[in-house]
Design a protein around this ligand. Structure first.
Ligand SMILES: [Zn+2]
Ligand SMILES: [Zn+2]
Length: 366
């Protein structure tokens, strides 16, 4: 309903600003890996919030994990790798205006508690209390004040919506990579060459790694990492034995190992590849109750370093957008499939099976 002039004059500006009678399309989780397209009301916003019209949303491994393992209630709207256009801003929002192209991270830390000050931004109490509403796989999303303040980034003109949607996952990788505190010329092993593994390969190369080795069982992904990204070695444990491969390729000790596959057996297998002082980054969520066996002397006598990195922090969002914009990290070639929202179920199952695919995305039309 379009408000009459008379109506406009009767209501305070903020309420007038927030009102809308529109409906929008959302992809709602319907249990057991299934989704339905629902019509819901476009969210209203308050004075310090913004409304974003969603353009592109990447499918993340955690979306797949939640959908397959049913860790979220039915009706949940998943999706958190988001780019879009600011549709409307609350009256107290000064840094954004309608029409701005933006990328968004869904959780926002407070930036001032002890946890944040220690750099554990993703463990801040506020972090998981914030989110985009109702979720990324929605035609419009409401951005809470905490997110408006710290986790919405304007996209440079040379970054398109597909590329912008990589800000969130790339920022997570940059944060994890930073925890390794590597030196140029280091040797890296990346376990799993999905979209996240591919981002780590590129970050390591951009950081002047001496050697990047990837381990993956999917031939398409191995070929891509070797031929398109130019990693030094691509190993398929289903086809070859590691010992002969390592001797044949004259592979040096690894300074860093990055685990991007959420399986206890993959985590356990990592310890076959550690050397003196190797730093191991735990970067993938496992199903519950997975265990690994660790010889304490590997940590004590060989100074093995185990690091975890979950999600992101605001400074890495800026860094990610800069690296996408200046071409240091090429995200476009990682996109193999773009689906309309109606085909979200297909997108999730493709991302799960990972067959001949890398990044799978959902694109909303105007
Ligand atoms: Zn994610
Ligand atoms: Zn905090």
């Amino acid at each position: 309903m379009v408000p009459s002039l008379h109506y406009d004059m009767q209501v305070p500006a903020m309420i007038e600003f927030a009102r809308n009678d529109l409906v929008m399309k959302v992809c709602a989780y319907a249990g057991a890996g299934k989704f339905t397209i629902e019509e819901r009301e476009v969210p209203e916003i308050t004075a310090r919030e913004i409304l974003v019209k969603t353009k592109v949303v990447g499918v993340c491994g955690t979306d797949v994990h939640k959908a397959i393992h049913q860790t979220v209630p039915e009706g949940t709207v998943l999706g958190h790798e988001i780019s879009g256009v600011v549709e409307r801003v609350g009256e107290n929002v000064l840094q954004f205006k309608p029409g701005d192209k933006v990328a968004i991270q869904h959780h926002a830390p407070c930036m001032s508690c002890k946890t944040c000050l220690h750099g554990h931004h993703s463990l801040c109490d506020q972090y998981l209390e914030t989110n985009v509403i109702p979720g990324g796989f929605s035609e419009y999303i409401r951005i809470m004040p905490e997110n408006v303040k710290h986790t919405v980034k304007r996209m440079p003109d040379n970054v398109d919506f597909v590329e912008g949607a990589f800000m969130e996952p790339l920022s997570c990788c940059l944060r994890g990579f930073g925890k390794l505190d590597p030196l140029p010329g280091d040797n890296f092993l990346i376990l799993g060459l999905g979209p996240i593994g591919m981002l780590f390969c590129q970050i390591a190369k951009a950081f002047n790694a001496n050697c990047v080795t990837g381990i993956e069982i999917d031939p398409f992904r191995l070929q891509f990492a070797k031929n398109t990204l130019g990693i030094n070695h691509a190993f398929n444990p289903k086809m070859d034995s590691w010992d002969s491969f390592a001797v044949d390729k004259d592979i040096e000790d690894f300074d860093h190992i990055i685990i991007t596959v959420g399986k206890g057996s993959v985590y356990q297998g990592t310890f076959d590849h550690v050397a003196r002082g190797t730093k191991v980054l735990f970067f993938a969520e496992c199903p519950p109750n997975q265990e690994i066996i660790l010889d304490p002397n590997m940590v004590y006598k060989h100074e093995l370093v185990l690091l975890g990195s979950y999600s992101s922090a605001p400074r890495y969002l800026t860094m990610a957008m800069d690296l996408i914009s200046n071409g240091s990290i090429a995200v476009r070639p990682l996109v193999t499939h773009i689906f309309p929202p109606e085909e979200i179920g297909k997108a999730i199952s493709l991302a799960k099976t990972a067959r001949e695919s890398l990044k799978v995305m959902i694109q909303f039309q105007d």
